[in-house]
Structures are given as structure tokens and as C-alpha cells.
Write a new protein. Structure first.
Length: 441
């Protein structure tokens, strides 16, 4: 879904334990502080081969794990049937835009109309730029997910993102794609509408730390070829620069004032990663701290609440971005850094917390549920066969238990919104807890 953002840990039906984080149909792995969005990312990733989003939110799974293990006791009937769950979740049966996972479907697909090629795991910030622009314009398009780290299809050339236009021509480079969208689709909200926007985009190179590597998983965090992060003072200077830039047009919270623009699309993936990864590298360094950086805090809040395509689809979540930071790779020169403990890096509330405006996002998209929890439940319902098969293959659940366990997890997600009240026998509760743990992995 965003989305998110795991935004950004990709789970496929063959190996749910292989991470790729957010946004959903039209959207990934995302790092969020809210429990509901946490589960959303994990589930979206699991069913990504049928779904355009490479991220799901992980915190809800942990919550469900505890609830299944501690509160689902006593006598009960079986969880609602899949048919009943589908009736409660009409979005789960609606046709959604086609998403092709090239790692699972390696043959060259027959493409129809506008197509976005983006990185499969939800890690690539440049793919996220274009993805956000597509969703902000409410474009109808197909998605092809490309695994830049593994089984890349032989028929695909170049980098992600790329776009295949309706006439069959292709184009790369994220900023060029976003700029061309206004020309190609003049009836959609314009994003790159003035030279002022161009200047705000160009300021990105001026403000972000010099000499750092633009890695997908650890973008602009490490210098040279070492695993030592940029000094705290330099990160603080970068955040000061962003905060000042956001004051250049002070009639609204976005980079160009009251109007969401291409500048926000360009900056968002990197400020998102900073907001979750800087606290992991330097204790107490919180880009979302409105008392220190008020304009930046207002921007995070506006992106979450005023840009449904971001808050309910594209962005990643805190759990995802912390996990990918622990992986060795290009960004950290192959050496995973020592991270600040989770308790010190995750304060209770910061600017931009919450679920985003799901109602607005779903209004014109019948295949999207009304809330983050309902969307997570719908992911389970829609992709239940693939999820169940992989859970059994991985040894997480026995064949005779997995179906009922997944239905219990979906039911619990709905219960958080007052739709379901369930009490289960100890075996049923344990199986549901195991299903939640499996999805959290």
C-alpha cells in the first residue's frame, strides 16, 4: 500500500521470509509508527504478485500476535468463512489494476496501455517518486515489478523506474517522467507547473549531504566506502536546510506553499527514509520533531493527511526501514551499522503519525478498502491460497490449521473496527498467533 512502504521489504509467495516496504493497488513496503499500517505492509508484500503495492505495515502483526496468544481463549466456533469475509470486504473481490511480479512471472508480458516498471521490493526511492506522481494524478496503469537485486528478467533493460507510454515508447529517469506526465495527461492535477518547482527540485542536490551514496536501502547516510554514518551535525545541517527551504513559500505546508507539486514527489522518498533511519543512527535525532524543525514537521503532517496517495498507499513504515538498514549492501559498503536500540529510536508521537486519509484514497478506487486494517484483511482474503501454501511450505503452520488461522487473523483485523467479536479455543488462538508471526517475518 503504501507502502509503504513493508516499504519495503518484499515478501513473495515462494519465500515470505525474504524481505524487499509502502504502498497496494497502484502502490509498496512502508515504515509507519502505527500498528495498523505495520501489518498492512507485511500482508501486501506477501500477496504482491497479485497486488501493486510492495510494502505493508508490520506493527499490527506484533499486536495481533500478542492478542492471539493472550486473549483468544475459551469456547468458540470457527472463524468466519471466506465467503462471509468477502461479503464484509467488498474491495477484496473487485478487479484491481494488473501487477506483474517479474520474479514470479519471468516471461515477457503482453502489456496494455500505460505501464510503470518499478523496483520490486519497494526500496528504490526513484521508483517511489514516480509511483507517488502516478497515484497523485489517479492514473489508470499497469505495474511490472523488477527485482534489481536478484532474478531480473532478461527482457528488461536499463534501470528502474521506467514508463511504457500508450504508444509503446519507453522513458526512464524519475524527474523526466514526472515532468512529462503533465504533458501526457493534461486533465490531471499538474505537478511540474512552474520554474519555481524546478528550482525546488534542484535544491535537493544542494542540501543533502555531499559525498554520500544514493543507495536504495540506505540513501545518503554513509560517506566514502566505510560503514560509519554521516556525523550528526551534518545531518542536522541538512534538516535545517530543508526546514528553511520549506519556508520559502509560506502560504502552505508543501514545498511550493499550499500546492502539492513535483517537488514534494522528488523530496518525499528521501525525507521519509531519513525520518525513520536517522533515529536508528543517532539517538534522539528525529526529523519529525516539530519543536526543532517546525516547517518540516508540518510537511510530514500534510503529506500524511492531505495527500491520500502518499499516506494510504506509497509511503513505508518505521519497522521496514529499520530492518533494511540492518542489511549489508552498497549503501553501507557491505557492513551493517550498529543501530540505536529500538526503545531510544521510537518516541510515542511525532509529526505525520496516523493512518492517512484512506477514505479519500478509496473513494475512486473500489478495489481499496476503507481503512488500513480492512485493507490488510482484504489482502489476506484476496491472496489466501498463495499465503496459505507458503506458510505450510515454510513450516509455519500445518496444512489442516492454516486456513482457519488466516481467517482468524482477517477477523481480528476487522474486529479492530468493531465489525467482529471473537473468542476462540486455545488451539485456534495459538494457530492465529502463529499465522501472525509468520506474516511478521
Amino acid at each position: 500500500f503504501g507502502s509503504s512502504s513493508y516499504q519495503k521489504l518484499q515478501v513473495d509467495v515462494q519465500s515470505v521470509s525474504s524481505w524487499v516496504m509502502a504502498d497496494c493497488p497502484g502502490g509498496m513496503a512502508r515504515p509507519r509508527n502505527t500498528p495498523q499500517l505495520g501489518l498492512l505492509l507485511c500482508l501486501v508484500l506477501v500477496g504482491l504478485w497479485l497486488h501493486p503495492s510492495p510494502f505493508l505495515f508490520v506493527g499490527e502483526l506484533t499486536c495481533l500476535q500478542r492478542r492471539c496468544a493472550t486473549t483468544l481463549h475459551g469456547q468458540c466456533e470457527e472463524a468466519p468463512s471466506w465467503r462471509v469475509l468477502e461479503e464484509r470486504l467488498p474491495s477484496a473481490t473487485c478487479l484491481e489494476p494488473r501487477v506483474i511480479d517479474s520474479a514470479l512471472q519471468p516471461k515477457r508480458p503482453k502489456l496494455n496501455g500505460l505501464t510503470l516498471f518499478r523496483e520490486r521490493n519497494g526500496w528504490c526511492p526513484y521508483s517511489e517518486r514516480v509511483w507517488l506522481a502516478f497515484e497523485a494524478k489517479s492514473l489508470v496503469y499497469e505495474t511490472v515489478l523488477i527485482d534489481n537485486m536478484g532474478s531480473r528478467p532478461t527482457w528488461f533493460n536499463g534501470q528502474t523506474p521506467q514508463v511504457r507510454w500508450e504508444d509503446g515508447s519507453t522513458q526512464g529517469e524519475s524527474n523526466d517522467i514526472i515532468r512529462k506526465l503533465d504533458t501526457k495527461y493534461p486533465d490531471t492535477p499538474k505537478l511540474w507547473y512552474s520554474e519555481e518547482v524546478t528550482s525546488l527540485v534542484d535544491d535537493f542536490k544542494r542540501i543533502f549531504p555531499k559525498g554520500t551514496r544514493p543507495s536504495s536501502r540506505a540513501a545518503f547516510l554513509f560517506k566514502g566506502w566505510g560503514a560509519t554514518p554521516v556525523p550528526r551535525a551534518e545531518f542536522e545541517a541538512t534538516l535545517d536546510g530543508v526546514n528553511d527551504l520549506l519556508g520559502q513559500y509560506d502560504d502552505g505546508p508543501f514545498f511550493h506553499g499550499e500546492r502539492f507539486s513535483a517537488a514534494d514527489c522528488v523530496w518525499a522518498p528521501f525525507l521519509e527514509r531519513y525520518s525513520y533511519q536517522l533515529p536508528c543512527l543517532h539517538a534522539g535525532l528525529q526529523p519529525r520533531d516539530s519543536s526543532r524543525w517546525p516547517r518540516l514537521g508540518a510537511w510530514y503532517e500534510a503529506m500524511m493527511q492531505l495527500v491520500p496517495a502518499y499516506g494510504a498507499r506509497v509511503q513505508g513504515d518505521d519497522v521496514s526501514w529499520r530492518r533494511v538498514l540492518q542489511q549489508a549492501g552498497f549503501g553501507n559498503a557491505g557492513i551493517a551499522p550498529q543501530l540505536v536500540s529500538e526503545g531510544d529510536s521510537a518516541p510515542p508521537h511525532l509529526a505525520g503519525s496516523g493512518d492517512g486519509d484512506w477514505a479519500s484514497f478509496a473513494e475512486s478506487r473500489p478495489y481499496v478498502a476503507r481503512t488500513a486494517c480492512e485493507e490488510a484483511a482484504a489482502r489476506i482474503v484476496r491472496n489466501r491460497a498463495a499465503i496459505a501454501a507458503d506458510a505450510v511450505k515454510q513450516g509455519a503452520l500445518q496444512q489442516g490449521m492454516v486456513d482457519n488461522a488466516l481467517r482468524h487473523v482477517a477477523e481480528l483485523l476487522l474486529q479492530d473496527h468493531g465489525d467482529v467479536g471473537a473468542k476462540c479455543t486455545d488451539p485456534a488462538g495459538a494457530a492465529a498467533a502463529a499465522a501472525a508471526a509468520y506474516l511478521d517475518e
